[in-house]
Design a protein. Structure first.
Length: 461
C-alpha cells in the first residue's frame, strides 16, 4: 500500500495515522461488504431458483388434472390457459409428454421446441431467442409429462442489481462514521503531543522543569521521559557550571589579590634582593593559582562526566597511568627523598580512564606532599572477592579518626604543611569514587601514616 508523498516540511503524524486508519477501516469494510454481497447474491440466486421450482410445481398442479382429462378423451390440440399479463415477460413455461408432444405452454412459451432437452431435469442455463434464461424441468403424472419453467436472467439480475445499489448506498454511512470516529480518537490520542509542544514552545530558555502531560499514551511516554531526562542532565550541567564559576571566582580572588600585592612590592623594591624576593613570591602565587585552576577544572570535568560513567567505562591499564602520574610528580618525590613503590597484582581495572588518572594523581600527590623527607609511599592493587582494591600507603603523619570525614569537603586543608595544596584533591577523589560506585576508606597504614583504599566492583572488560 502506497501513501501520499510528504515532504519534511508538511509531514503530519496525525494526517498519516488518520489516513492509515481510514484506509485500513475502508479496506476491511469493503472486504466484509464484498463477502456479504457475494453471500447475499448466492442466497438470492438460491431463493430465486427455489421460487422457479415452486412455480413449476404450482403450474403443474393446476394443469395436471385437466391435461389428464384431455389426454383421456383423446384430444390432441395444444392449450394455453393464461394471457400475456398472467406471468408477464419474466417467466415462461411448457408442458410436454415424455414422447415430445407439447400439451400446454405459456403466452411467450415456444410452440416448436422445448427450452431444454426433455430427458434433462433440474436446473440449467439456456439461451432462448437470443437471451439467457434460467430453466427448471421436472416430471409429472408418473413420468408421463415434463414441465419446463424458464426465467429471464436479465430481469433477474436487474432485480438483484437494484438491491445491490441500495446496499452500496448504505455503505456510505458506516464509512463516514468510521472516518469521523477515527479522526476524533486520533485527535484525543495525540493531544498529549500538542500539549507537550505548547509547553516547550512557550517556556523561557532557563526553564528546565520537566514536561508534564496529563495521561499521555504509552507510545509517547518514552519520548517524554527522554526529554525530561535530557532537561535534567542539562540542568545538572548548568548547575555544575554555575557552581564552578562561583567557586572559581571566589577562590581565585585571594591568590589574585596576593599576586597584586606582591607585584606592588616588586614595583616599589629599592634593592635587587628585595626585587628578587618579591618576584619569587609572585611566581609562587602564579603556581598556586594555576594549581587551583587545574584542580577546579579537574573537579568540574569529573562531575560533568559522572553521569556518563557507565558508557565511558573500559579496561584501564593502571600501570601505565601510574607511570604517567609519576612522570609528573617524580621530581617532587625526588626532591623530598621519597621512595615510591608499586605492586599491581591486578594491573587492569574497568573504569573511566580520566577518573582513574585523577584518582591516582591526587592520592599520590597528597601522599608525596604530606610524607616527611626520606619516607615511603606504596601503591598496590589486588582482587578481594568480587572487588578490586586499590591502596595507597604512606609513612606520613596520618589523619585523626575524628577528622577523616572532613578531608572530602572542598577547600578543606587539615594541615597547611602540605605546601601548595588547595584542599580539592580528596574532593576530586570522592567524585571519582561516586561516579564508579566504588567505596573509599581511610585507615591506619602499616607504614605509620594514612592508608587510602578504594574498592572497585569487579567487572569483565
Amino acid at each position: 500500500m502506497k501513501f501520499p508523498a510528504f515532504t519534511a516540511r508538511d509531514w503530519s503524524l496525525r494526517t498519516r495515522l488518520l489516513l492509515i486508519a481510514a484506509l485500513a477501516s475502508l479496506a476491511t469494510l469493503l472486504a466484509g461488504s464484498a463477502a456479504m454481497f457475494w453471500a447475499a447474491e448466492k442466497e438470492d440466486q438460491r431463493l430465486l431458483d427455489s421460487r422457479l421450482e415452486d412455480l413449476a410445481r404450482t403450474v403443474l398442479s393446476f394443469s395436471e388434472h385437466e391435461i389428464t382429462e384431455i389426454l383421456g378423451e383423446g384430444r390432441t390440440e395444444m392449450m394455453h390457459t393464461e394471457t400475456a399479463a398472467t406471468l408477464g415477460s419474466r417467466y415462461r413455461y411448457q408442458i410436454w409428454t415424455r414422447h415430445g408432444t407439447l400439451l400446454l405452454h405459456s403466452y411467450l412459451g415456444s410452440k416448436i421446441a422445448p427450452m431444454q432437452p426433455l430427458g434433462q431435469t433440474g436446473f440449467s442455463t439456456q439461451r432462448i431467442e437470443g437471451e439467457e434464461f434460467r430453466v427448471f424441468a421436472m416430471e409429472g403424472n408418473g413420468g408421463e409429462m415434463v414441465i419446463q419453467v424458464a426465467e429471464c436472467l436479465d430481469e433477474r439480475e436487474s432485480a438483484i442489481g437494484a438491491v445491490s445499489l441500495y446496499f452500496i448506498a448504505f455503505l456510505v454511512l458506516p464509512i463516514t462514521l468510521i472516518f469521523v470516529a477515527t479522526w476524533w480518537m486520533l485527535r484525543r490520542s495525540l493531544r498529549a503531543i500538542d500539549a507537550s509542544a505548547a509547553q516547550l514552545s512557550t517556556r523561557s530558555p532557563i526553564d528546565l522543569t520537566p514536561v508534564v502531560t496529563e495521561n499521555p499514551p504509552r507510545e509517547l511516554q518514552p519520548m517524554i521521559h527522554s526529554i525530561n531526562s535530557l532537561l535534567g542532565r542539562v540542568e545538572r550541567t548548568l548547575s555544575l557550571e554555575r557552581g564552578f564559576t562561583a567557586v572559581a571566582a571566589h577562590e581565585l580572588r585571594t591568590p589574585l589579590a596576593g599576586l597584586r600585592a606582591q607585584a606592588q612590592i616588586a614595583v616599589s623594591a629599592t634593592s635587587p634582593a628585595e626585587l628578587a624576593e618579591a618576584l619569587a613570591l609572585v611566581m609562587s602565587g602564579v603556581d598556586r593559582a594555576s594549581h587551583l585552576l587545574d584542580q577546579l577544572l579537574d573537579l568540574a570535568r569529573m562531575e560533568t562526566t559522572a553521569s556518563e560513567a557507565e558508557r565511558l567505562r573500559k579496561s584501564v591499564d593502571v600501570t601505565h597511568l601510574y607511570e604517567t602520574v609519576v612522570g609528573d610528580l617524580g621530581n617532587l618525590a625526588s626532591r623530598r627523598g621519597l621512595r615510591l613503590e608499586a605492586d599491581f597484582m591486578e594491573p587492569r581495572i574497568v573504569a573511566m580512564e580520566l577518573g582513574m588518572l585523577l584518582l591516582l594523581r591526587n592520592l599520590l600527590g597528597n601522599a608525596i606532599r604530606y610524607t616527611p623527607v626520606g619516607g615511603r609511599v606504596v601503591i598496590s592493587t589486588r582482587r578481594e572477592g568480587g572487588e578490586i582494591a586499590l591502596t595507597v600507603d604512606d609513612s606520613g603523619p596520618g589523619i585523626p579518626v575524628e577528622s577523616r570525614a572532613r578531608v572530602f569537603e572542598r577547600f578543606e586543608r587539615l594541615d597547611a604543611r602540605g605546601g601548595d595544596g588547595v584542599g580539592l584533591g580528596m574532593a576530586i577523589v570522592q567524585s571519582v569514587v561516586v561516579a564508579h560506585r566504588a567505596i573509599i576508606r581511610l585507615l591506619e597504614s602499616p607504614l605509620g601514616g594514612l592508608r587510602v583504599q578504594v574498592r572497585f566492583p569487579s567487572a569483565e572488560a
